[in-house]
Ligand binder design. Structure first.
Ligand code: BGC
Length: 345
């Protein structure tokens, strides 16, 4: 187990941005940036022992600053959508910026993904922290937030902690774009998700309030199937979005497994959050990424662990409210199984 850091780039205002390199006993490498508390690389061996970088990212800080797809970033204060940017808390009405159709998405114009976090090494972990001032992006309360990354065996563990001086709302996630083949489209990746239900959305990807069974729909990943199998169906859960961009109600643990068809690399995902957004890079702009790789439509998938989208407006769902003097804690793990192909179908 080893932790080191390297200068990655310099912000326009002169702030230095570092890349933290965490290596586990088997030589699996995770690289995390101060900018956006962003996972820049996860390098693990394929079935032949060759290293594969299984997440999308950029080689330069400029790539991240000009990027608009939250690649690898920590997303907050509120991941996913808030309908029309409106919510009510303790009888007070809040209006946040509208930055996605008619909705507020991923914390606003300058969310946590666009901030340089303070980072320090504690033993084998790297802790990223920041103070989000009262009123930042329209959210109430001064929020102290920490995101810790470490290897636990073959799992990259992400731990979130937060405290506020005033009641507020919070929904944190990591927006890694996985490609377990390293490049190309992910249509042939196998995926399994422990979810019997999903949050039905309108054409703006905002929940209608209905939790519908996955059974008989493209959303049924209870048994392994390829990502591409039903992604092009004519169903309202995929068609308007150009593929998957939907929240599953997690019903078992670990909640997901995916395998790259070419490399045999498997990621097993788990969390204590109630939901996960499966996003199949439907709107990922055509662009060059690390090492000149081509990124674009369907070149990755995200498993964004979260509270349900717009849950602040659905009191019947698990609540995203963080009260003054409460401590928020949550975790997500991505475990890599490499070098062997498991029988899955
Ligand atoms: C959203 C997508 C969005 C993507 C990148 C996902 O979490 O659900 O609609 O395009 O993030 O911004």
């Amino acid at each position: 187990m080893d932790v080191s850091r390297q200068l990655f780039g310099i912000m326009p205002d002169g702030t230095e941005v570092f890349c933290w390199i965490l290596t586990n006993e088997k030589g699996f490498i995770a690289k995390i940036l101060d900018y956006g508390a962003t996972i820049q690389s996860i390098i693990v061996p394929d079935k032949n022992g060759e290293p594969v970088d299984v997440v999308l990212g950029y080689d330069t800080l400029e790539g991240y600053i000009s990027g608009d797809c939250y690649i690898g970033a920590t997303v907050g204060r509120f991941a996913n959508r808030i309908k029309k940017g409106r919510f009510e808390l303790n009888g007070e009405k809040y209006e946040l910026c509208i930055n996605n159709g008619p909705n507020h998405l991923h914390g606003g114009e300058k969310g946590f993904d666009r901030c340089v976090w303070s980072a320090k090494q504690i033993g084998e972990k790297v802790v990223f922290s920041r103070t989000s001032p009262d009123g930042e992006e329209g959210y109430p309360g001064k929020l102290e937030v920490k995101v810790t990354f470490c290897w636990e065996g073959d799992s990259i563990k992400i731990e979130y902690e937060a405290e506020t001086d005033r009641d507020t709302i919070l929904n944190l996630t990591n927006h890694s774009y996985f490609n377990l083949n390293g490049e190309g489209k992910v249509d042939e990746h196998l995926l399994q998700i422990e979810a019997d239900r999903y949050t039905v959305c309108d054409e703006n990807c905002t929940p209608t309030g209905e939790l519908a069974p996955v059974e008989g729909t493209a959303m049924d990943f209870r048994n392994f199937k390829t990502i591409g199998k039903d992604a092009y169906n004519d169903e309202p859960c995929v068609k308007p979005f150009g593929g998957y961009d939907a929240n599953f109600v997690i019903s078992g643990h670990p909640f997901a497994k995916a395998t790259g068809d070419k490399t045999g690399i498997t990621v097993v995902a788990d969390t204590d959050q109630p939901g996960v957004q499966l996003y199949t890079a439907n709107a990922l702009t055509e662009q060059k990424g690390k090492g000149g790789a081509d990124y674009g439509f369907r070149s990755a998938f995200c498993l964004e662990t979260q509270h349900f989208p717009d849950c602040v407006n659905h009191p019947e769902w698990p609540s995203p409210i963080l009260r003054k003097d409460e401590k928020f804690r949550s975790f997500t793990t991505y475990t890599f199984i490499c070098g062997r192909t498991e029988k899955q179908m």
